[in-house]
Ligand binder design. Structure first.
Ligand code: SF4
Length: 274
């Protein structure tokens, strides 16, 4: 990571570094523009410590001292079996002075997987119903408008997944490619819980219009940016152009960097590289 970050910063790339915090990250990383550090926390202390030793709560809190970070939270089915678990988790971490934001994802299984982590249809519905209330109660939870719809309607497959199509993922050696997305293997897209994938998929279906002043507006003219002349629609071809530009950037980055990755990736085993 110390070798990759200078490349990413030089390219102007925004980087989210995901760590177990079993080793303290260098405090200067908190001063780097376009870099955020995120710690994976797999539940409340008993569950996390059972799964993640030696990255225990005690060690994480010690290693975060004097630093700021976000939390990466993957909601599993076990967390939904006990009432108030989600509230207890958010209450604990949003109260920590070191923590700025909580990034929420939902456990994404492989096809045919049978595990305690995999959400049932009922628990998924319950989670989606709870999320708006949780966001209102814990503002540090990163949960934009449309997120419930996004999680409820994930892409049908990798070929329909905007994130998979515009991202390039490599393993910790920064060379071995991971397909079809950063989960690797044969993920069950119908239960995808990746917040980025869901968000892009949802955004892709939104009827956006952009004014000549650069503001972004909906069809009624409401939205961000100064109101001025009539807006012009952002066409499907414009979106395709963005995709092509992103794909082109990916190819250029792979070619130029050789030893660095264009995007932060995280394997199912929890290995994180950039
Ligand atoms: S990010 Fe989600 S929807 Fe996209 S390919 Fe991977 S599992 Fe499927």
């Amino acid at each position: 990571m110390p070798a990759a970050l200078p490349w990413l910063l030089r390219w102007g790339v925004y980087s989210l570094v995901v760590t177990s915090a079993v080793i303290p990250f260098p405090p200067p990383w908190n001063t780097l523009r376009r870099v955020r550090v995120t710690v994976s926390i797999d539940g409340l202390q008993p569950e996390h410590d059972a799964r993640r030793a030696p990255a225990t709560y005690e060690k994480i809190l010690k290693n975060l001292h004097g630093r700021t970070a976000d939390v990466s939270w993957v909601v599993t089915n076990q967390m939904l079996e006990r009432p108030d678990y989600l509230d207890e988790y958010l209450a604990f971490w949003t109260a920590r002075p070191e923590i700025e934001r909580i990034w929420l994802s939902v456990y994404t299984p492989q096809k045919g997987e049978v595990s305690d982590e995999r959400l049932t249809a009922a628990s998924r519905r319950r989670l989606l119903k709870e999320l708006p209330r949780l966001k209102a109660s814990y503002p540090a939870l990163v949960f934009p408008d449309g997120a419930v719809d996004a999680f409820a309607d994930p892409p049908a497959g990798p070929d329909r997944c905007t994130f998979a199509r515009i991202s390039s993922n490599v393993s910790a050696d920064l060379r071995t490619g991971i397909e079809p997305c950063f989960f690797g293997g044969n993920p069950d897209c119908s239960e995808c819980g990746c917040a980025v994938s869901a968000g892009l998929h949802w955004l892709h279906g939104q009827p956006l219009v952009a004014g000549p002043d650069g503001g972004t507006r909906d069809r009624r003219g409401a939205g961000r940016g100064p109101a001025s002349a009539p807006s012009a629609p952002v066409s499907a071809s414009a979106i395709q152009s963005c995709r092509r530009a992103a794909s082109g950037s990916m190819r250029a980055a792979r070619s130029a960097g050789r030893n660095a990755a264009r995007s932060v990736t995280r394997s199912r085993a929890g290995t994180t590289s950039a």
